[in-house]
Design a protein around this ligand. Structure first.
Ligand SMILES: C[S@@+](CC[C@H](N)C(=O)[O-])C[C@H]1O[C@@H](n2cnc3c(N)ncnc32)[C@H](O)[C@@H]1O
Length: 322
């Protein structure tokens, strides 16, 4: 096979690898075989799955080099444990494969986008994909931001008011409110179904969710922390959302912005992930900003900003109001 032909077959294999890994994570198979090798019967029984489906999955995952076969038993490859099964590792794929796979379920909407420029409405799949995609962001926040920024950590620990703008189904708030029971968390999202899902999961009194469009919120100097995790990229009204979030923030408080920042097209690893995602963002009616565009937007406000590179094109921007 010539090299150019092989390149495109490899791309197809990449697409299938993402799907097979996603199915293995979703149905608990990868977790089952991450510590110890198991037979098809054992895996099926443990996860209450159909034997035939498990058998086909295992043979496929073996051919894609995701798992090994040891005396008729199946085991996740040693060097993939951290990436696929260790949710506490910063190298964990942490929902990103799930995001890519779940998003592809809605790609029929591209027809309308390409022909009429129409963005897609928020679907059940999209809400689920969002909650998977931001797992990594939340992990990076607890692992790398909270451990290094003492001021943010102290505010949360002592007890402060936190606004999560575009909270989705509330994953970040639930993680934070468990870690910091002295703080109060308010999540707002313009999507009614996301707020319904978030509200149905509330277990503590320090958590509240409201359906609100961020561009219309009228909080004034009320919160020590305002979080915007992957919100600007999916909204058309970036300036209005930012100015309302800034108004809600108290002097001395922090606005935390988490965004994928895109530059001119370049054939490196990060751009090969960000550009296909940019097309997906466009389908959702949004777009990634460049670092310079975000710096320009933030320059209107009294903020001391710090850009932290989280890898994979994702940035944490810590903005202290002065
Ligand atoms: C990628 S999701 C991020 C969810 C959440 N921040 C997280 O970390 O899991 C983006 C969310 O922003 C919400 N959103 C977008 N524009 C908004 C706006 N103008 N006001 C309120 N929510 C908005 C969307 O409905 C969606 O739930």
């Amino acid at each position: 096979m010539d090299r150019i032909f092989a390149k495109f077959w490899n791309a197809a294999i990449g697409f299938y690898t993402v799907w097979i890994a996603y199915l293995g994570i979703k149905y608990g198979i990868i977790n089952s075989i991450s510590v110890k090798e198991k037979t098809i019967d054992e895996i099926s029984e443990e996860n209450k799955l159909n034997k035939k489906a498990v058998e086909i999955w295992c043979n496929t995952a073996y051919t894609l080099s995701l798992i090994d076969i040891v005396r008729n038993k199946y085991r996740l490859k040693e060097n993939l444990k951290e990436i696929f099964a260790d949710e506490n590792s910063i190298r964990n794929i942490a929902g990103l494969y799930s995001y890519i796979t779940i998003r592809s379920l809605d790609y029929a909407a591209f027809d309308s986008f390409f022909k009429k420029g129409k963005a897609q409405k928020i679907t059940k799949n999209l809400i689920e994909a969002y909650s998977k995609a931001t797992n990594f962001d939340h992990l990076f926040f607890t692992r790398s931001i909270l451990t290094k920024n003492v001021e943010i950590y102290d505010l949360l620990l002592k007890g402060c008011k936190v606004l999560d703008v575009g909270c989705g189904s509330g994953e970040w708030i639930f993680k934070m409110s468990n870690l910091f029971p002295n703080s109060t968390f308010i999540g707002i999202d313009k999507d009614e179904n996301s707020i319904k899902i978030a509200s149905s999961k509330i277990k503590s009194k320090n958590v509240h969710f409201y359906k609100k469009d961020a561009k219309n919120i009228d909080y004034l100097n009320e919160f020590e922390i305002v979080n915007l995790c992957e919100v600007l990229c999916v909204t058309k009204n970036k300036e209005k959302v930012l100015s309302a979030s800034y108004r809600a923030l108290k002097k001395g408080g922090y606005m935390i912005i988490v965004e994928g920042l895109i530059e001119k097209p370049k054939r490196d690893l990060i751009n090969k992930i960000l550009y296909p995602m940019q097309l997906d963002m466009a389908l959702q009616g949004g777009s990634f900003l460049s670092k310079n565009e975000l710096i320009k937007l933030l320059s209107k406000y009294s903020l001391k900003t710090e850009f932290i590179d989280a890898g994979g094109g994702l940035w944490f921007i810590l903005c202290k109001k002065y």
